[in-house]
Design a protein around this ligand. Structure first.
Ligand code: PEP
Ligand code: MG
Length: 317
């Protein structure tokens, strides 16, 4: 069985009518790298860097980060690695930064924390800039709401790379943001105009769209990634990003939810990123779906009034 998985893993993931949807890997530790290849993920669609260094007592410097990112990039070379900037805060606690907040999910987390405390971000930007000279790197910014944050980040990037030679400064990583707050959904046009790609973070987007803690099981009735409000939010983001010819990835848990898959195909998502072990199952399910049927299904889904109605539409496929 293992051999079958490995043989099948080498071919691309296609819909029944031949559209390729890349299935990348979500990675948080070096120990996960062997699975990336075993299950056929060519690229790393989400590297959660805040978890990569979780077991350390102090923050890694630029050189230490560079070496870790290079090991990971080498493992998928020549395919790209999407390195997400530190997304500390909320559920990803960072002891030494001493964030005592009444409401951490709405507090200092993701890029806002990095912009407030440049000592966190500068070594990381430098490490990423260095790796981009030799490897295809996509730099992904978490918890962005609006373009002001991209301006501030660009200033920090310039600072982090100020002493690099001119020819190295010209080679930059591709730039993308996580679409995971309602403001980023509503600001998609302005953001997309400045970006190379977007990656939709449905875990946080569900939490913030419904104002329902993603880690509180007693709120699970409200925490509904596959629901009318989410489908409408995703359809808005995808249609605006597509209008600009932008590549769209989805890297939240929804990427490996079989019942959501026809919606994701209908939305025109180009890439999914997930725990590598999920790839064979999603690849198999994809091969039974046709783009045109999924697009029709999406149109019906957009008319649904309740989650229950949406579920029955999805079950009818
Ligand atoms: C998300 O929010 O959907 C996501 C992929 O990021 P994380 O789960 O790390 O917050
Ligand atoms: Mg998130």
């Amino acid at each position: 069985r293992q051999q079958l998985i490995e043989e099948d893993a080498r071919s691309p993931a296609l819909t029944a009518d031949g559209k390729e949807i890349s299935i990348g890997a979500n990675v948080s530790t070096l120990a996960e790298l062997p699975q990336v290849e075993r299950y056929g993920c060519q690229e790393i669609g989400l590297l959660r860097t805040e978890l990569l260094f979780m077991d350390r007592l102090s923050m890694p410097n630029a050189q230490e980060q560079y070496l870790a990112y290079r090991t990971i990039a080498d493992a998928v070379s020549p395919h790209p690695v999407t390195i997400r900037l530190f997304d500390f805060g909320a559920d990803k606690v960072m002891e030494e930064e001493n964030l005592e907040e009444a409401n951490p999910a709405l507090g200092h987390r993701g890029v806002r924390l990095g912009l407030e405390r440049p000592h966190l971000l500068l070594p990381q930007l430098r490490a990423i800039a260095r790796l981009s000279q030799t490897h295809p790197v996509r730099m992904l910014v978490p918890m962005v709401n609006q373009v002001e944050e991209l301006d501030m980040l660009a200033d920090l990037y310039d600072q982090a790379t100020a002493d690099l030679p001119m020819e190295q400064k010209r080679v930059k990583p591709e730039l993308g943001v996580m679409i995971e707050t309602p403001a980023s959904v509503m600001n998609i046009d302005a953001l997309a105009a400045r970006l190379d790609f977007i990656s939709i973070g449905t875990n946080d987007l569900t939490q913030y769209l419904y104002a329902a803690d993603r880690n509180d099981p007693t709120l699970s009735k409200l925490y509904t990634p596959v629901s009318p409000a989410m489908v409408r939010a995703l359809a808005w983001v995808c249609s605006r990003a597509k209008a600009r010819g932008m590549s769209i990835t989805l890297c939240g848990e929804m990427a490996s939810d079989i019942k959501a898959l026809p919606l994701l195909v209908g939305l025109g998502i180009d890439g999914l990123s997930m725990v590598p072990t999920q790839r064979p199952v999603i690849k198999g399910a994809l091969s039974a779906l046709s783009v045109s049927r999924c697009q029709k299904l999406l149109q019906r889904a957009l008319q649904s009034q309740t989650t229950r109605e949406l579920t029955s539409i999805l079950n009818s496929l």
